[in-house]
Design a protein around this ligand. Sequence first.
Ligand SMILES: [Zn+2]
Ligand SMILES: [Zn+2]
Length: 194
Amino acid sequence: MSEYGCKVCRVLDEYGMERYEERLLEQWQADSSQRKGYRQLAEWFNTLMLRREMDRAGISTLGDEAESKYERLQSDEAIAEEVATELANAGIPIEQLRDDFVSYGVIRTHLKECLESDVDLPSGEWEQDAIEISRNHAAKKIEEAVRSIRNKGRLTAGGDVNVSVDIELECENCHSRVPAERAIRREYVCQCDD
Ligand SMILES: [Zn+2]
Ligand SMILES: [Zn+2]
């Protein structure tokens, strides 16, 4: 994906969705009452991808069919698998599609870096952004390094190699380790001082 600025750039191109770029930007820059956060934008974008595939496969997208299917794809594994199988049977390349769904971090990278647009963030969100920016930075650097090692023939793989960076927080006292995102969402790393 090196020729693209980010995954959103690649998906917009490969899925022929360039015309939705403006919508993405508009929703992000709207007045605060209408403005969507990165998470909502990622959800909107992924649902749009799914709806287009459903239309193409001739599955009804009336009402909130696409939204509800997308939601179920994000829920428990059993439910997600059921929906995935149903969509695969209808001829949708669902595994590819799920791989191509974008995260809110990538949406952020796309808006801020690829489009170089700037909007003041609601206060209190810079911390999550700082984590996300660092994570993307690290992933990019590691990807470069891995590519170079592969080019030297010192690392092999059957296909493309993806790099993922997981950030974990650890309590020095009890050594509990939790993904940073989960810890921040639930508001504790551990409860060893209870
Ligand atoms: Zn981009
Ligand atoms: Zn602890």
